[in-house]
Design a protein around this ligand. Structure first.
Ligand code: 9GP
Length: 832
């Protein structure tokens, strides 16, 4: 027996079926405190999770120790969102013990799939940005990169979405209600974070002018660590999330006076900092609490990073050689001013040196060009909440503008555009400009988006720093999005090309030659059908609607947003409904339109579109004249877990944003990897997906980003003319406006119709409608030919290898971070 398993204690970490079974039974009793007869599904989930966690702790510690001993350069991924979803299946698969665990549970009379269902979905993010961060954690660990995630341990994740009379209603998401077996609280890892107060000027020991931040309110940031298991279980990295703690539990003065509520008031207010995830996805302005959340987690993370660095170093000269800090969007951009403050005010580094260190350490990823999503904090709020940071930002700005003055001569607008302060109206701090200026590299998330960054939001900065902007097209982890989510297809692929693709997705290209193999096609279809059956059952459970498994599953799953154009999709559905009713004798390709996605609670238009989809679905699904040839469903509460069921079952992937508005998209990659054909505009990563899968295997339609730009700039676009010239669009809109779908309130959709007509149709739904309908027709025609459809679907899967987040993360590692893989040493395993 391996030395590691010699003692009984250590045997509890064994990976075989018997060892697992024994520890399950032991954990249930001694840690969960339940008898097998009384145990609920949730008890079993906790039991299994704790037993699995046991099996990764040694390797986790080995990994951390190796990084420490080698003083390896680490990358710190600062993100306000990590959309990690469930962890049990992921941990089992990455440790390679799914089968053993299934068998062990089987021997106890339990089913692993049932146990998995008891795990809450950790929704610490809104959408693409948060899920990308989670894929990156998986890839960093799988590529043996010393990577840490830093974020907030929100007590409530993204809200739970329900539909009541077709309207979205939000409920709190209490993912921590029954405890979280994956995390390790670290009450000793505690950092003070300050707010408010004022800045005092004084002379330091050598008579230089210096500053201190005084009379501030103090909050403590406490760490919770979650292990991140890389594929194969060799490297286990850390996701460190911060929770807010009051500096004292209660005010004894109030308590002794009998004012018990008042005594704990301050504590409650302070701890609100890590209470909720803001449900905005590129809408809504900022709130003071949000600014405080951003500073809270950024400051704690930087203090932690410096503490770790100082274990090996006595000055900060080599900080950029030992730490790469990635800003995931501008949410942690205040970190640039914070690192300057820590270096200059607390550690006495000179300003210029501190600035060089800061810039060499930070890099920034931009994820959106939408103006409303670019953070800009009111100067007045910033001066009040973070007074010292505001001073630092002014100083960075003054030095920078001074330097740029000469070059900007003759262009008055240029300096004001480059400024960190937007002087128009209520003065604001432009966090994008701060992030850009304080980073050595700035990247976009798809080729098109990066190009547009250079031409639009960061045009002036690009002229100033032509080397700084670079592209890192997003990716997705094949472990979660194919290996785990789509077991039928994963097994089929492995049976033909081996399992190397799980770690190196480029190997999946070997499938391309199977696209002409009739037997393989048949098996590919069978796998898809199995997934479709599973989704159909899920749809029936969630919505009560029965859908035909053999219909074309046409899927649009993503946040609800006007630029993503769910409205275009539902208008086409109405047009198709009309055609079916007009031509009942035609043999139609049966279509199931599947939507899912949450709208930001204050985004009224997106919520109205949700209601419209539900209203249209109600009419269509109950109309016998279409003979079940068209079904429309909007699944509630879209999250990672739901995505894992939906993605593998899709035939057609809707990626239909107004060109130039979707930075990248990653759902587009998940769907194509799972063998869905894309119907999409030339936007975000769709452009690169087309290059990889081939023009013949994708349905591209609509205006290009350049055409969108020209059309808007020309001012000559009149949606009313377009509507008048397209009878099927006109008819669909008339049905909406006359209350066909909302007889109880015929004017309900006036705001939508208004936006499409007098509002100028900003998202160009009417402009792309006709082209979109033609592309849809082409998809339906192709679907009739199942052999040809399957051939193209196989080619999609085979050609998506490049979109692995392993590829993306290695590009970051080599081109931005200069961080290298470090193989953990596992001493206990090498003993003989
Ligand atoms: O909207 C983008 C999406 O296109 C992209 O795929 C994702 C990850 O890069 O980021 C989204 N942006 C945000 O969620 C907010 O900036």
């Amino acid at each position: 027996m391996d030395a590691r398993y010699k003692s009984r204690e250590i045997e509890r970490r064994s990976l075989d079926v018997d060892g697992l079974k024994r520890s399950f039974l032991e954990w249930l009793v001694y840690s969960v405190g339940k008898d097998a007869r009384a145990a609920t599904r949730r008890d079993w989930f906790h039991t299994v999770a704790l037993a699995v966690r046991d099996r990764l702790v040694d390797r986790w510690m080995d990994t951390t120790r190796t990084y420490y001993q080698q003083d390896a350069k680490r990358v710190y991924y600062l993100s306000l969102e990590f959309l990690i979803g469930r962890l049990l299946t992921n941990s089992l698969a990455n440790l390679g013990i799914t089968d053993q665990c299934r068998q062990a549970l089987d021997r106890i009379g339990l089913n692993l799939d049932d146990v998995v269902e008891a795990e809450p979905d950790a929704a610490l993010g809104n959408g693409g940005l948060g899920r990308l961060a989670a894929c990156f954690l998986d890839s960093m660990a799988s590529e043996a990169l010393p990577g840490y995630g830093y974020g907030i341990r929100y007590e409530f994740g993204l809200f739970e979405q329900r539909f009541e009379h077709g309207w979205q209603v939000e409920y709190p998401e209490q993912w921590l209600q029954f405890g979280n077996p994956w995390e390790f609280p670290r009450p000793e890892v505690l950092y003070p974070v300050q707010f408010y107060g004022r800045v005092e000027e004084f002379r330091d020991s050598v008579g230089e002018r210096a500053y201190r931040w005084v009379d501030a309110e103090r909050v403590l940031a406490m760490a919770y660590d979650t292990p991140v298991v890389g594929y194969g279980g060799d490297t286990i990295n850390t996701l460190r999330l911060w929770s807010a703690r009051a500096t004292r539990d209660f005010n004894f003065g109030h308590f002794n006076d009998g004012a018990y509520m008042k005594a704990v008031e301050q504590k409650v207010l302070t701890e609100n900092l890590s209470r909720v995830l803001y449900p905005n996805d590129a809408t809504e302005g900022g709130k003071e609490l949000r600014l405080k959340q951003e500073y809270f987690f950024t400051s704690a993370s930087l203090q932690d990073i410096l503490r770790r660095y100082l274990q090996h170093h006595s000055n900060f000269d080599s900080l950029p050689d030992k730490a790469a800090i990635q800003l995931n969007d501008t949410h942690p951009a205040i970190g640039i001013a914070e690192l300057m403050r820590l270096l200059v005010d607390q550690h006495g580094v000179t300003w210029d040196k501190a600035w060089d260190i800061t810039r060499a350490t930070f890099s920034y990823t931009n994820h959106t060009l939408l103006p409303e999503a670019l953070e800009a904090w009111p100067v007045r709020m910033m001066e009040r909440v973070l007074p010292r940071h505001m001073q630092i930002i002014y100083e960075i700005n003054a030095k920078f503008l001074n330097r740029s003055k000469a070059r900007a001569a003759g262009d008055n607008g240029r300096l004001s555009r480059l400024s960190l302060i937007d002087e128009r109206g209520d003065r604001r701090v432009r966090m994008g400009n701060l992030a850009f200026l304080g980073s050595h590299k700035v990247n976009g998330v798809s080729a098109l988006h990066t190009e547009l960054m250079k031409q639009t939001v960061f045009a002036d900065f690009h002229a100033e720093f032509p080397e700084r902007i670079n592209n890192k097209t997003n990716g997705i982890t094949p472990r979660r999005w194919l290996h785990q989510a789509n077991q039928p297809l994963a097994a089929l692929i492995t049976s033909r090309i081996g399992n190397g693709w799980i770690k190196d997705l480029s190997q999946i290209s070997a499938l391309a030659e199977k696209a002409d193999d009739l037997v393989f096609r048949e098996e590919f279809r069978r796998a898809k059908r199995k997934n479709k059956k599973r989704l159909a059952a899920y749809i029936a459970r969630q919505t009560g609607v029965d859908v035909q498994v053999d219909s074309l599953f046409d899927v649009q799953v993503k946040r609800m947003h006007e630029y993503k154009r769910q409205l275009l999709n539902i208008l086409q559905a109405i047009a198709l409904y009309n055609e079916m009713r007009d031509n009942p004798t035609v043999s139609w390709v049966p279509v199931t339109k599947i939507f899912a996605g949450k709208a930001a609670p204050s985004y009224h238009m997106a919520k109205l579109i949700i209601k419209l989809i539900n209203d249209v679905a109600k009419v269509v699904n109950h109309d016998p004249s279409v003979h079940d040839n068209l079904k429309i469903v909007l699944l509630p509460n879209y999250n990672v877990t739901a995505a894992e069921i939906i993605m593998p079952a899709a035939d057609l992937s809707e990626q239909i944003s107004t060109a130039g508005m979707e930075a990248s998209g990653t759902g587009n990659m998940k769907l194509a990897l799972n063998g869905a054909l894309t119907i999409g505009t030339l936007d975000g990563a769709n452009v690169e997906i087309r290059e990889h899968v081939g023009d013949d295997n994708i349905f591209i339609f609509g205006l290009t980003a350049e055409e969108v730009n020209d059309l808007r700039a020309s001012g000559g676009f009149n949606p009313r003319d377009v509507i008048a010239s397209n009878p099927s669009l006109k008819r669909a809109l008339d049905m909406i406006s006359t209350g066909v779908f909302s007889p109880d309130d015929p004017h309900r959709y006036h705001p939508i119709l208004q936006a499409l007509t007098d509002g100028g149709d900003h998202f160009l739904v009417t402009a792309d409608f006709s082209d979109y309908c033609q592309a849809q027709q082409a998809a339906m025609d192709l679907y009739r030919d199942q052999e040809e459809w399957t051939r193209k679907a196989i080619l999609n899967t085979a050609n998506m290898g490049w979109f692995s987040s392993d590829r993306t993360i290695m590009e970051y590692a080599t081109e931005i971070w200069d961080v290298h893989p470090v193989k953990p040493e596992h001493p206990a395993e090498t003993e003989t």
